[in-house]
Ligand binder design. Structure first.
Ligand SMILES: [Zn+2]
Length: 325
């Protein structure tokens, strides 16, 4: 049973927004591609686990756990009365070689050390368990969900830490018949008391490089024609409500200027004044927390991102979008 949804990481949301509003540098392009690939690997893991079934275990996905002063990220934690299995998901593709503990791709040493990462992640949870005077088991596996991943190694002990695509279903099936009882509940409670926000994400974009305005949900074009309640894209003819486009802009703003206060003026600049103060104000009041302390009134987007905003049931679109294609 999945306990929480799989969400795009802050980094991925940042690069998605940045890509829509500026020309990415080579390095940004690489990072965007890498974060997207990682997310796709996690989704593939979820899909296969869904297919095999996870009714006999509890699964936390993409969690930050604060233990002592440090925060560790977990791709997946599989819990039953036996304990926790840490699954570190690596969406590697191509030929890899491990020699003397070092990892190489196409003959070149890579910057990551997956085994060390896994050991650290497992070690943190062992610390948490010991501090709670409990006795459940903590184990870990590196999961390689791509069927285009090949590993060569002379270190046979490595295979016990690894699950490749061809073994993934079998690995998931091992969790069948697991018991979810008091111990599992205890573990979930213990973890939930230590869940933290991603403390590492920061964004500081040079505002001048950003394209101001609102853009088409379907084809990302900025060439939109304004009518009273809608914008129509002149490239693909999609018709979108003011609200949809402003929610997208609010979501972009959140990740491009993460943690920085947003004022009505700064948001109006961000959207290139494509709507009137009055219309924007109404949307800000509806979808943001308002902080009237101090000289300036600031607004904080209520939702994690655009996708969450439009999926909220209470959201009522009077004038619907018509996306083409
Ligand atoms: Zn369009």
């Amino acid at each position: 049973m999945f306990l929480n949804p799989r969400l795009k990481s802050h980094d991925l949301l940042f690069y998605d927004a940045l890509e829509k509003r500026s020309e990415l540098t080579k390095q940004e392009n690489r990072r965007h591609a890498a974060t997207l690939k990682g997310f796709e690997g996690e989704c593939l893991y979820d899909e296969i686990f869904n297919d095999v079934g996870h009714g006999d275990v509890l699964v936390y996905r993409d969690l930050y756990i604060k233990i002592g002063e440090s925060v560790t990220q977990y791709d997946a934690l599989v819990i039953d009365d036996e304990g926790i299995a840490v699954n570190e998901i690596k969406n590697y593709t191509g030929d890899y070689k491990v020699e003397g503990g070092d990892w190489y791709r196409a003959g070149r040493r890579i910057s990551e050390d997956p085994v060390a990462q896994l050991n650290r992640a497992v070690g943190k949870l062992i610390g948490l368990r010991n501090a709670a005077n409990s006795s459940f088991r903590v184990s870990g596996k590196l999961i390689f969900p791509s069927d285009d991943f090949y590993l060569h190694t002379d270190d046979n002990s490595l295979w016990s830490k690894i699950v490749v695509r061809s073994d993934l279903r079998r690995y998931f099936r091992q969790f069948r018949g697991g018991k979810i009882g008091n111990k599992s509940q205890f573990i979930v409670r213990l973890l939930s008391e230590h869940i933290a926000e991603n403390p590492y994400f920061k964004s500081d974009v040079d505002e001048t490089r950003l394209r101001k305005g609102v853009y088409c949900e379907q084809c990302s074009s900025y060439n939109l024609l304004k009518t009273r309640f809608h914008f129509t894209c002149t490239e693909c003819q999609s018709k979108m409500t003011n609200e949809t486009l402003l929610l997208r802009a609010l979501s972009d703003y959140k990740y491009l200027f993460y943690g920085k206060p947003m004022t009505r003026v700064s948001f109006m600049n961000f959207i290139g004044h494509s709507l009137t103060f009055k219309v924007v104000y109404r949307i800000l009041l509806k979808h943001c927390y308002v902080d009237r302390k101090g000289k300036k009134t600031t607004y904080t987007f209520k939702y994690r991102n655009f996708e969450e905003a439009i999926s909220k049931a209470e959201l009522y679109f009077k004038y619907k979008d018509h996306l083409k294609g």
